[in-house]
Ligand binder design. Structure first.
Ligand code: PLP
Length: 373
């Protein structure tokens, strides 16, 4: 799957896997096969279309196996953003929701839009970037609590099992946006959550396909209306080739080595005193490093690194191009000036020691160049 130097098309050293990943070989083959052999509309009634429908059901079963849940609870969507919106749009009118302060915009903005800003309450994070639910469920009496599984900027793993247990005890539903977790860590722990969201392009699958795991198979979704696809929960012809490629990509994910990231961070601290590693002491995804550089605005770092053939980001992909918009570093109480110095490096499973070393020496080089300019 997604290498650090992304294939034949580019020799760029790719440290932006949390934004998106290159299509994996097995996923590409699965997509081509499905598009060539089983391109018929799964809802049509002739034999070949029936075969496409069977393959679609089989893909749902395989995804359910990976997540440790019943296949009927899964609805295929066009993205994680769509899945998050579909969930909030389908809550009863006037529902109150409790979300963490570090949710992706596709949760935060969706919650505010569909539930009304006055019905959305936020749980803060501690100094490690870990969500603190405390007594907020009793205080706000939400219909739904939403805490992401792993943060897209810092990689910090959130205590979703503990929050799910707290929600269950309080009779409240629990949703986790697991977009950054899936493909990087074992996902059979997710099936016990009431609602789970994932997106193929974060783990070597194609763009434009994702899923929502619902609490109950017969729970209506009021978002995309039209035809009866997905048992009436999501109208629109199913993108079976993309779904097949997504499930295949998930079955082919490999785990990377967090020790390489840890060694890089230590070397960066040694090379550049004053650099701050965000949530260094917290459990994190093995691939993510979010740092506040000691000097220079992040867009200058990004541009210079890009010229050296290295792709990184300034925070989340959604905030790229805007200096200082890291939701996570802001939630940790950083100043506006510090926010403008945030960089995120996110590796892939086959990023090597040499790749991390090349990133480090490029950072040192750019630091020197920017000091001269
Ligand atoms: N949720 C999280 C945590 C993400 O990191 C992202 C993408 O960056 C999304 C949701 C949105 O995913 P998609 O591109 O599938 O809409």
């Amino acid at each position: 799957m997604g290498g650090s130097a992304i294939g034949w098309a580019s020799a760029m050293l790719y440290f932006d896997h949390n934004a998106t990943t290159p299509l994996g070989d097995a996923a590409r083959e699965a997509w081509l096969h499905a598009s060539t052999k089983h391109w018929q509309n799964p809802s049509s009634l002739y034999h070949d279309a029936g075969f496409a429908a069977q393959q679609l059901d089989a893909a749902r079963e395989r995804l359910a196996d990976a997540l440790g849940c019943e296949a009927e609870r899964l609805v295929f969507t066009g993205s994680a953003t769509e899945a998050n919106n579909a969930l909030f749009a389908s809550l009863p009118a006037g529902s109150r929701v409790l979300i963490s302060a570090i949710e992706h915009p596709s949760v935060r903005a969706a919650a505010r839009h569909w539930c009304g800003a006055g019905n959305v309450f936020e749980a803060p994070v501690d100094e490690h970037g870990i969500v603190q639910i405390g007594g907020l469920i009793e205080q706000h009496r939400p219909a739904l609590v939403s805490v992401m599984a792993a943060n897209n900027e810092s990689g910090v793993l959130q205590p979703i099992q503990a929050v799910q247990a707290q929600c269950r005890a309080a009779g409240v539903r629990f949703h986790t946006d697991a977009t950054q977790w899936i493909g990087k860590l074992p996902c059979d722990v997710l099936g016990c959550c009431d609602y789970v969201v994932g997106s193929a392009h974060k783990f070597g699958g194609p763009k434009g396909v994702g899923f929502l795991l619902q609490r109950d198979a017969d729970e209506p979704l009021h978002f995309l209306r039209g035809g009866p696809q997905e048992q009436g929960r999501r109208a629109g012809t199913e993108n079976y080739p993309a779904i097949e490629a997504m499930v295949t990509a998930l079955e082919h994910t490999a785990t990377g080595n967090g020790a390489l990231r840890d060694a890089f961070e230590q070397q960066l601290i040694d090379a550049m005193p004053g650099v701050r590693i965000i949530s260094a002491g917290a459990p994190r995804l093995w691939n993510t490093s979010l740092v506040v550089m000691p000097r220079h605005v992040n867009l200058k770092w990004l541009t210079r690194l890009s010229r050296l053939g290295i792709a990184i980001s300034t925070g989340s992909a959604c905030s790229t191009g805007r200096e200082g918009s890291s939701v996570v570093v802001r939630a940790l109480g950083a100043t506006e000036e510090e926010l403008r110095r945030v960089l995120r490096f996110s590796s892939g499973a086959d990023t090597s020691t040499a790749d991390w070393a090349r990133l480090l020496s490029a950072l040192v080089q750019v630091d020197g160049e920017l000091a001269q300019s």
